[in-house]
Design a protein around this ligand. Structure first.
Ligand code: ATP
Ligand code: MG
Length: 388
């Protein structure tokens, strides 16, 4: 993948510019990313399906947001559309995505860019430099006919024209060292490297320009468990060292709890639960989150029976009338069939769930599986804990 191919992929048209498109410099925002009422459709007319529906999320600087959900829940569509890398027939149909980029000349200030309405020129300025993305298909994203060093050279040459060839080479070696690879890999072709090495190279490329935000779409799914754990641990160290914020997508919640500060769970294009990572893992509130947790073996701690989630995700062109999870929900009530629950704050401002069971007028008590309390002693630094 080169700087050019990264830009060519951006084919979705921007929405009409609005007032929110104005780019302003101000005191550095505590949030690096603010996504509001964001929706994405595929196709038009009768064939249109809404793959992302009314998503709102905020990411604080230097934090990791995990996005979990089964295959087809809209995770990739959300991040591709947010960064305007979505291909036709995908279109952004509503919402704003504000990226607050740190000003290079004054780190106490940031500039807001609405990625939904930004021009291609503005997008080129922020991509790689302020937001970078490791695509789901990253294992095949490296250009097979280019030596690895050329990939780094292209990105650095495009975005740091002031750097000399020697400086670019030295920066590439430094980046490889950061992800645990020897600089001799720079003269190799992608096919001469293992899957784990190629994935590390993609991560090093994403970090090349010291971005505010790095988005990783299932970067370790195709790797064996040992390599997966090594890369997760390296990402944790890199983030502590460089302070970038990260969005990390996976369907595996037990992997996510190792790395994320907060997690949102998606189902049929909507956020059904959001919470601190450990809270969500120890004390899920949505029946779907509980089902996901029971679908994967925990990496640490007590073993539990894996029950999975019966049934399959809904067809987006034929969604249930009420709650999208209704047909598969073990705790469903009459109301759920006809009325869709909205994501509502519970317990604290950062925690939300879209489920009628937690409504004050629910006719039944919240089931014990969905009312556990999280262990407060385990709420902080999940990744630190996991290395012990
Ligand atoms: P996975 O875990 O398998 O990567 P995901 O959560 O990333 O899944 P998406 O790839 O975002 O899911 O897909 C969300 C929905 O959008 C799916 O129902 C999918 O069928 C639909 N979709 C994706 N691409 C297209 C397309 N080009 N045309 C029509 N529908 C699409
Ligand atoms: Mg995906």
């Amino acid at each position: 993948m080169s700087a050019d191919t990264f830009d060519i992929q951006a084919v979705s048209d921007p929405l009409e510019p609005r007032d929110s498109d104005v780019v302003v410099a101000n005191e550095r925002s505590e949030f690096v990313l603010e996504v509001t009422n964001f929706s994405v459709d595929y196709g038009v007319g009768d064939n249109m399906v809404r793959a992302v529906n009314d998503v709102t999320l905020h990411l604080r600087r230097s934090k990791v947001l995990g996005i979990a959900g089964e295959s087809g829940s809209g995770k990739s569509t959300l991040v591709y559309a947010m960064t305007r890398l979505l291909r036709a027939p995908g279109v952004i149909s509503a919402g704003d995505v504000i990226l607050n980029v740190t000003n290079p000349d004054n780190e106490t200030e940031s500039t807001s860019v609405n990625l939904v309405t930004a021009s291609e020129k503005e997008l080129r300025k922020v991509r790689w430099s302020h937001v970078s993305i490791v695509l789901q298909s990253a294992l095949s994203a490296l250009n097979p006919v280019l030596r690895v060093g050329r990939e780094f050279d292209e990105v650095l040459k495009t975005h740091r024209p002031d750097m000399s060839k020697v400086q670019r080479r030295s920066r590439a070696a430094e980046l490889l060292a950061m992800v645990g690879l020897n600089e001799d890999r720079l003269v190799r072709f992608p096919h001469e490297l293992s899957g784990g090495q190629r994935q590390r190279i993609m991560i090093a490329l994403a970090l090349a320009l010291d971005p505010d935000l790095v988005i990783m779409d299932e970067p370790t799914t195709a790797l064996d468990v040992v390599t997966q754990r090594e890369i997760i641990s390296e990402l944790h160290h890199l983030r502590s060292r460089f302070g970038f914020a990260m969005i990390f997508i996976t369907h595996d919640l037990s992997l996510l709890v190792e790395l994320a500060d907060e997690i949102v769970v998606m189902y049929a294009g909507e956020i059904v639960e959001r919470a601190g990572a450990r809270e969500l893992y120890d004390a899920p509130r949505h029946p779907y989150t509980l089902g996901l947790l029971n679908s994967f073996p925990p990496l640490h701690g007590q073993r539990r029976e894996l029950t999975g989630i019966p049934g399959s995700p809904p067809d987006l062109s034929d969604l249930p009338q009420g709650c999208n999870f209704y047909p598969r929900c073990p705790f469903r009530m009459a109301r759920c069939e006809h009325e869709a629950p909205a994501l509502t704050s519970i317990e604290n401002a950062d925690r939300g769930v879209a489920c009628w069971l937690h409504s004050p007028d629910s006719p039944i008590a919240v089931p014990v599986e969905l009312s556990r309390t999280a262990n407060p002693a385990r709420n902080s630094a999940p990744a630190e804990r996991s290395r012990s």
